[in-house]
Design a protein around this ligand. Sequence first.
Ligand code: DON
Length: 561
Amino acid sequence: MRTPFTLLILLFFAPATQAADGMVVTVSPPATDVGVDILQAGGNAVDASVAVGFALAVTWPEAGNIGGGGFMLIHRGGKEKPAFIDYRETAPAAATRDMFAKGVDYQSAKTAGVPGAVRGYGLAHKLYGKLPWKDLVWPAVKLAEEGFPVNAALAGRLNGVLADPKTTNAEFLRIFGKKDRWKAGDVLKQPDLGRTLRLIAEKGPDTFYSGVLADKIVAEMKASGGLVTLADLKGYKAENRTPLRGTYRGYEVIGAPPPSSGGTALITALNILELYDLKKNPWRSAETTHLVAEAMRRAFADRALYLGDPDFTKVPENLLTKDHAKELAKTIDPAKATQSELLAPEIDIAPDKKETTHFSIVDGDGMAVANTTTLENSFGCRVVVRGAGFLLNNELTDFNPKPGVTTRTGPIGTDANLVAPGKRPLSSMTPTILLRDGKLALVTGSPGGRTIINTVLCVVLNFVDYGHGIQAAVDAPRMHHQWFPDRIALEDFPGRAQLDEKLQALGHTVVTHPQGDAHSIAVDPKTGKLVGAADKRLDGKAKGLTALPANRTEQFFKSKP
Ligand code: DON
């Protein structure tokens, strides 16, 4: 068993991985290997990301997916503009404003939005990929059909979900169930998913939205009481959006635009914190923790008040300005916690218990991808499409559930993020890229529901303000404040008790919570080398591109299933 102490030791000694010609960092070792294989076969960072996305649907089924959605942020290098592929799920046409007003059943197929992943990867590949589509899907086919050894992290997740009495979907139990417990080294084969991926490889992304697979999804919806129809699937569009741009202490911050709240909240918090000399005090001092919590609190108040799908909600234009940050900073008292209700009264935010996964990839030409993808809860709504082997998301639960009802103890009911047909639920996913003098400096992101934004903020502050190397920036204990509940959540570390006392004296409530899984890459400014940092909070893996035998590429494509 991993105690907090062993975790601390592990984090302390977690080594970074260095390479000159490419780097892949994901939560799942077999998926990392797929990404490196694709780079080695001549693919660029987008090719590798598409292949890793499909591989994760096999090897990290709690969040990697084809039945969910996500965001892919792409730094194209040189003078090319960055790109943002929004493959967030949409609400089906039959969704209604108050469909969750009486409560949410997270394991119901009704919570499934129209999946965006396959169209998203299709669009990314069409616009920015180099290798043939089929070659990017086949490593996932192989993993699904031949199976792969699960690691301790995946075994833990599978045992956890199987032990939960709420996991009742027969197809889920058929595919992931096991007489005894999963343990590291057991092989997971998913032949149904293999067949599905084969179809996607051979017929292209559209088969998911209008072909045999679409029919299977619709049949599952009818059988399980879900809302997604063939028309919803046919009408789904991934969007190529303009990423947000901000600056922080000489770095350019490229962030996720709405329907993510991630980029807006991150840049708002950074704009506020830029007004202070954070370095004056150590990172885990009460002074810094207080200031960072107050910046988070204000960024999250904006998030709740203003952010939603930009095709439905007009997001105020000034949120990202330095002037707005100055106005927000004026309300910060360095000696006292602000009461959240003073920023916008009568609004409460429920805690998150969800799963997602982030990976970072950089190729030898400096193209970089930060990709965060999710089924929302761990294993989504836990409904597997019969005969097709893939899980459906429960992303519609990211909408504000009760229109107009925004109490301190209940969920948010502001208009910006209410359910509407075709609308994308507001996300916190924060794939982020930092540049310095136009050159790549950092690629990061994380799972963790609303904590995602603050995990990324912590990594950026560690990296920029405190000059940590990327591995130390990822390993360092994290903090979170999301406005409501009005409290600071801290990861554990030696000396926490004294910090808690000081924060309490300032008027904060402090709780303990593990936070995020931020697989990241930085560029060493001195050597130009890529430094990959897997987040050891889960058993992630960083692997750099190394020279291999000349026939490697040929071998790779010869062994196609
Ligand atoms: O899009 C979002 O913000 C959420 N659906 C993400 C859920 C999540 O990160 C769960 N991870 N632990």
